[in-house]
Ligand binder design. Structure first.
Ligand SMILES: [Zn+2]
Ligand SMILES: [Zn+2]
Length: 263
């Protein structure tokens, strides 16, 4: 299957993105790659829920994303999404009112780079972190707002531990993963195949990683999928996209495995 969408793109509305990460530049990329759907999923903490949890989320309000205009491009569907956060107390930083206005919502459970999201002590303890990732996945799936969650962004990829995450992931059993993914299937929440989660691994050996086992298990459970490069810099787009193509082939993803939003 050829990948025809990418719904995890960060534009300059995310403070961590490069200046060149403009919607227009992504449209040019989409044309070259033959994508028919792209989605901007900038970071959000909706102040209708509570004040921003830290400096990173300060100013990353839902209204700001929703009021930004979307360019048009012939033959390409352009969606306004967001990447929503779950704080360490289980508070989801997105109100129902705002969630309804986005075309789709990506939610993450694994931003271990923020101590307000995953405690610094937990981050340093692989065993506790593995448990916490599972518990937080479950919190999202069981959340009162779960019906607004389109997909879990970079599942089980602890961003603050990007150099040693296999050490964390091997502690999560297949059985536990199956329980969690079965719950996601039941709640109609898709799983994002995220290129950034594999970016530190050589392309040729991604299938040997613990991260790949996670996705294999999701596929076996019948999860629906969306693709996302999680690109913050158009310069690295080609490299990120090559990981998605490899994952699509290795996991034997077909149109039937895709979330309805991106079909
Ligand atoms: Zn993220
Ligand atoms: Zn992201």
């Amino acid at each position: 299957m050829n990948i025809r969408h990418d719904i995890h793109l960060h534009t300059t509305l995310s403070y961590c993105a490069k200046e060149s990460a403009t919607p227009e530049n992504y449209i040019e990329i989409a044309k070259k790659k033959g994508l028919s759907t792209i989605g901007f999923s900038d970071h959000v903490w909706d102040t209708a829920v509570s004040p921003a949890i830290n400096d990173f989320y300060e100013g990353q309000d839902a209204e700001r994303l929703l009021s930004a205009s979307l360019p048009k491009a012939e033959g390409i569907r352009i969606l306004r999404g967001c990447e929503a956060e779950l704080d360490k107390n289980g508070v989801l930083g997105l109100s129902e009112e705002a969630a309804k206005k986005f075309d789709y919502v990506l939610c993450t459970h694994s931003h271990s780079q923020h101590p307000e999201v995953i405690d610094a002590k937990v981050k340093k303890d692989p065993k506790k972190l593995a448990e916490t990732l599972c518990d937080r996945f479950s919190l999202l799936v069981e959340h009162p707002m779960s019906k607004y969650i389109t997909a879990i962004a970079h599942p089980f990829f602890p961003l603050g531990n990007k150099d040693d995450f296999d050490e964390v992931l091997f502690r999560i059993s297949d059985d536990r993963l199956e329980d969690l993914f079965n719950d996601a299937v039941y709640k109609n929440i898709a799983i994002e195949i995220n290129a950034a989660a594999f970016a530190s691994l050589p392309l040729k050996s991604i299938h040997k990683s613990e991260m790949f086992r996670i996705y294999e298990t999701a596929k076996e459970c019948g999860c629906k999928f969306v693709f996302g490069t999680d690109c913050h810099d158009p310069k690295i787009y080609d490299e990120r996209f090559s990981y998605l193509e490899a994952l699509c082939a290795l996991l034997e993803i077909t149109d039937e495995d895709l979330c309805p939003l991106v079909k």
